[in-house]
Design a protein around this ligand. Structure first.
Ligand code: BGP
Length: 462
């Protein structure tokens, strides 16, 4: 075997509650911002498929866990939907949700798959969004109560917790670039939302450590390395550093080091957009950093110095400081419109080793969304997704190299286990090791990549 991974390496995949569970009559789930947005604007969602029609995991998790076994999982991450467990965001706990998550967790463990649980995957309970969502300090308090409720209910068995998945996305999507509810463009609000998410994470980490449940708690960040157009052009390099501060270090630095990056703080001060905070908040963030870092990697960010005219129709924007560079000849995933740059995963891991104390980390998402995979079905009804096998193995080679060089990376999770609901893209692009046939009662079939992954996991390498 050419690429042997360390003993006890985590092999598996990631998903989220809102993208997989679905909603059912009498399940007691409250609406999240996704349910609300779909009700308001169903046309925004690909083929009009909304969040209640996801992959039926709420009913089918037992069958799905057998498929996880058959695809080599020794670990699996999903999220607890806040609006399922506490339908109004605060107050009463939904006992059907407790029963569901208990059984889901127990079934995973009984099948030798370690459950990793994330607490927030873009799914604000609507009752809290109506009062401002992450803009409102009370949401931070409510989130910490939700987190403690989860630790109390499930912490005896779940030993890997995550406070957020990609917390920059609600900032970008909800308050800058309009791809998440509430669809605003307002940099001051974006800063406040980001600050509250950071604070909520630190407070949940403090609570978890205090409860002394014997597990680890971390955060999952989509680290998107920023490459300057020309590494010898100081203006390009500076622009790339600012983009990095906005989109990566805004969460990476506080999560791992307990501080915000100087470049970002300077800009926010210049813009007079410092968030509202209380006296002890920065100390809370300083003192409660993560045990473990999850890294999601899909694509790099290519940056050049600002050349285009600034658009201030909505006030200042991060893009006032850089332009996106459309690099000629880059390799693309045309369905998602994302560049494929395998070495990026190595650069991120090297960065964590060199600049973030070689914190214990794992690849928590990496994957390739492809539209129309039906055309690759063979006579046995199996999707022959050789492109996905190539994508995963090309990235794993770089993960392997980083580990050889000493990076403390302990696992690799693919996005995702089975095809799921991708927000406004719904079921357009498919990411899974297992296909879901929507026209046929969501029938599951393992793809070629899923069989391949089982071999890799069994051999602990390839
Ligand atoms: C990540 C999210 C996932 C997932 C994935 C694929 O950013 O954590 O929730 O959806 O990306 O992206 P998309 O669904 O937008 O194609």
């Amino acid at each position: 075997m050419e690429y042997q991974f360390p003993k006890d390496f985590w092999w598996g995949s990631a998903a989220s509650g809102p993208q997989t569970e679905g909603t059912y009559e009498g399940d007691g789930k409250g609406p999240s911002i996704w349910d609300h947005w779909y009700q308001e604007e169903p046309g925004k969602f690909f083929d009009g498929v909304g969040p209640s029609d996801t992959s039926q995991v709420y009913k089918r998790y037992r069958e799905d866990i057998q498929l996880m076994k058959a695809t080599g999982h020794n670990s699996f991450r999903t999220s607890i939907q806040w609006s399922r467990l506490i339908p109004e965001g605060t107050g009463e706990v939904n006992q059907s949700a407790v029963a569901f998550y208990n059984d889901y967790i127990d079934e995973l463990i009984a099948n030798g798959i370690e459950p990793f649980m994330n607490l927030y995957h873009f799914d604000m309970p609507m009752a809290l969004q109506e009062k401002g969502g992450w803009l409102n300090r009370e949401t931070v308090d409510a989130y910490v109560v939700f987190a403690k409720t989860c630790f109390t209910l499930f912490g005896d068995r779940v030993k890997k917790w995550f406070t957020h998945n990609e917390p920059i996305v609600p900032v970008e999507g909800g308050y800058l670039y309009q791809f998440h509810y509430p669809n605003e463009i307002n940099m001051k609000q974006a800063v406040q939302v980001g600050f509250h998410e950071n604070l909520a994470s630190a407070q949940a980490i403090a609570a978890y450590h205090q409860m002394d449940l014997g597990g680890e708690i971390g955060i999952i960040l989509n680290l998107t390395p920023s490459y300057p157009r020309d590494a010898n052009n100081p203006e390009d390099v500076k622009a790339a550093a600012i983009a990095d501060a906005f989109f990566n270090r805004s969460f990476l630095d506080p999560a791992v080091k307990g501080t915000f990056p100087e470049e970002l703080v300077t800009i926010i001060k210049e813009l007079d957009m410092c968030p509202d905070m209380q006296a002890e908040d920065l100390t809370t963030i300083k003192e409660n950093t993560v045990d473990l870092l999850g890294i999601n990697y899909y694509q790099p960010r290519r940056i050049k110095a600002k050349e285009s005219a600034m658009d201030h129709s909505h006030g200042p924007m991060p893009d006032d400081y850089f332009d996106t560079y459309d690099m000629p000849g880059k390799k693309m995933n045309p369905y998602r419109g994302w560049e494929i740059y395998e070495k990026g995963i190595y650069d991120i891991l090297t960065n964590t080793r060199e600049n973030y104390g070689n914190i214990k980390c794992y690849i928590s998402e990496n994957g390739m969304g492809v539209e129309g995979e039906g055309r690759f079905i063979n006579d046995q009804g199996v999707i022959e997704d050789d492109y996905r096998i190539a994508f995963v193995s090309d990235h794993l080679k770089y993960v392997h190299q980083a580990i050889q060089e000493g990076t403390n990376c302990v696992g690799y999770h693919m996005w995702t286990c089975m095809d799921n609901w991708s927000w406004t893209n719904a079921y357009k692009n498919r990411y899974g090791f297992i296909s879901v046939d929507l026209a046929n009662d969501a029938k599951r079939t393992i793809k070629k990549s899923g069989h391949w992954f089982k071999e890799v996991a069994d051999q602990n390498g390839f």
